[in-house]
Design a binder for this molecule. Structure first.
Ligand code: PMP
Length: 400
C-alpha cells in the first residue's frame, strides 16, 4: 500500500550533517548544525548540568511518574522569571501562563495551534529570511504565513525601513514572529531604538508579538541583555507569546526542554488560556518529559547553581565572539576582497557570510567545509585550529 510513496527531500539544515557524515575526508568541517562545540570540536555538557543530574540521581525520593499536562510547575515558574525578569509585573499580577514544551520547536507548535484555534487573526508574519522550520510549524498548525522584510543583502544589515513598512501594511491583529535575539540565520538584530519603533508600530496596529527565544544568554553572554526585546513588549502591559528553548543556553539539545508563555491582560484570562492550552497539548503528546525540565528547575532555583550556569554560558558566548574576531582577522590577513566587518558585527551562533550558493558548493567540494546553501556558518563549530582552513576556503571562493 505504500509502494507509490515518493521520497521526501532531506531537511535543508539537518541534511548538511547527513552529507558531512558521508564525506570520508579527515579534514572535513561541519559548520551547518547549530550546536555548540568546544575548542577541541567536541559537544559540551555543562558542569552545572552534570551537578544537577547528580543531585537528581541521588535523590531517592524522586519517581518517574507522569508530569501534569502543562509540565513541571517549578520549571514553568522559573522559565517565566528567566525571560520576563524576576520582578516582572506581569508575573506578579499572575497574567502569565507558562506551559512546558518540547524545546523551542514544540513550544512554537503549541503556541501556533492555540492561536489557530482561539485567535481571530490567522495570518502570521515571519522575517525574510528566518529559521527554515518556522514556515512549516505555522503552516501545519493552520495559520497563513506571510513574510516581512528583514535583511538587506546590500548592507548585510537590518532593513528597518522594509520591516516597518511591511508591518505597517499588515492587517490589524496579525501575528508577528520576532526573534528575541541572535536572529537565525542572519545574526542581525534590531537596536534597542529600532525595537522601540517596532513595538510602537505593532501596538498601534494591535499586531500580536510571538517571540522565539532560542538563544537567551548565548548571544551576548548576558541573560538579561538578550531578553530586553521581550521585556520591552511586556512592560507596556500588552499581550504577547514567547517560546523558550534550553537547547543552546544549557546545552540540553536532545533533552527537548522548552516553555511557552502567554502574557495576558488579566489573571482570569491567563487561567482560561491555560485551560485551553491543556486541550491543545493532551492529544498531541499528553504531557512533557520529566528529566530535562528537572535539570533546568534544579539549576534555576538554586542561587549557586544559577551563578555557575551564567559563568559557563558566558564562556560559550565569549568563545563564539572570539571565533568571529579570529575569522575576521584571518580574512584581513589574507587580503580577501570585500568588507568582512559583518562577521564581528553579527551576534549569536551564526554568521551570515554573504557567500552565494556556488561559492558554498565550491567550499564543500574543494575544502570539505559543510554549511547551509544560504552561506550561513555556525561559529560554534569553529576553533582556532579550523579558522585558517575556513579563511583559506572563503578566500579561494571569492577570488576564483
Ligand atoms: N528557533 C530558532 C530561531 C532556532 O534557531 C532554533 C534552533 N535551531 C529553534 C527555534 C528551536 O530549537 P529546539 O527545538 O531545538 O529548541
Amino acid at each position: 500500500v505504500f509502494a507509490t510513496i515518493v521520497r521526501a527531500p532531506e531537511d535543508p539544515i539537518l541534511g548538511v550533517t547527513v552529507a558531512y557524515n558521508k564525506d570520508p575526508s579527515p579534514n572535513k568541517l561541519n559548520l551547518g548544525v547549530g550546536a555548540y562545540r568546544t575548542e577541541e570540536g567536541k559537544p559540551l555538557i555543562l558542569n552545572v548540568v552534570r551537578r544537577a543530574e547528580q543531585l537528581l540521581v541521588n535523590d531517592q525520593s524522586r519517581v518517574k511518574e507522569y508530569l501534569p499536562i502543562v509540565g513541571l510547575a517549578d520549571f514553568n515558574k522559573e522559565s517565566a522569571k528567566l525571560i520576563f525578569g524576576a520582578d516582572s509585573p506581569a508575573i506578579q499580577e499572575n497574567r502569565v501562563t507558562t506551559v512546558q514544551g518540547l524545546s523551542g520547536t514544540g513550544s512554537l507548535r503549541v503556541g501556533a495551534e492555540f492561536l489557530a484555534r482561539h485567535y481571530h487573526q490567522h495570518t502570521i508574519y515571519i522575517p525574510q529570511p528566518t529559521w527554515g522550520n518556522h514556515p512549516k510549524i505555522f503552516t501545519v498548525a493552520g495559520l497563513s504565513v506571510k513574510t516581512y522584510r528583514y535583511y538587506d543583502p546590500a548592507t548585510l544589515g537590518l532593513d528597518i525601513q522594509g520591516f516597518l513598512e511591511d508591518l505597517g501594511d499588515a492587517p490589524s491583529g496579525a501575528i508577528v514572529l520576532l526573534h528575541a535575539c541572535a536572529h537565525n540565520p542572519t545574526g542581525v538584530d534590531p537596536t534597542l531604538e529600532q525595537w522601540e519603533q517596532i513595538r510602537q508600530l505593532m501596538r498601534s496596529k494591535a499586531l500580536l508579538p510571538f517571540f522565539d527565544s532560542a538563544y537567551q544568554g548565548f548571544a551576548s553572554g548576558s541573560l538579561d541583555a538578550d531578553a530586553q526585546s521581550v521585556r520591552m513588549f511586556v512592560a507596556d502591559g500588552g499581550e504577547c507569546l514567547a517560546a523558550q528553548s534550553y537547547a543552546k543556553n544549557m546545552g540540553l539539545y536532545g533533552e527537548r526542554v522548552g516553555a511557552l508563555s502567554i502574557v495576558c491582560k488579566t489573571a482570569d484570562v491567563a487561567s482560561r488560556v491555560e485551560s485551553q492550552l491543556k486541550l491543545v497539548i493532551r492529544p498531541m503528546y499528553s504531557n512533557p518529559p520529566l528529566h530535562g525540565a528537572s535539570i533546568v528547575a534544579t539549576i534555576l532555583k538554586d542561587r549557586d547553581m544559577f551563578n555557575e550556569w551564567t559563568l559557563e554560558l558566558k564562556a560559550m558566548a565569549d568563545r563564539i565572539i572570539s571565533m568571529r574576531q579570529q575569522l575576521f582577522d584571518a580574512l584581513c590577513a589574507r587580503g580577501t576582497p570585500g568588507d568582512w566587518s559583518h562577521i564581528i558585527k553579527q551576534i549569536g551562533m551564526f554568521t551570515f557570510t554573504g557567500l552565494n550558493r556556488e561559492q558554498v558548493t565550491f567550499m564543500t567540494e574543494e575544502y570539505h567545509i559543510y554549511m547551509t546553501s544560504d552561506g550561513r556558518i555556525s561559529m560554534a563549530g569553529l576553533s582556532s585550529r579550523t579558522v585558517p582552513q575556513l579563511a583559506d576556503a572563503i578566500h579561494a571562493a571569492v577570488t576564483r
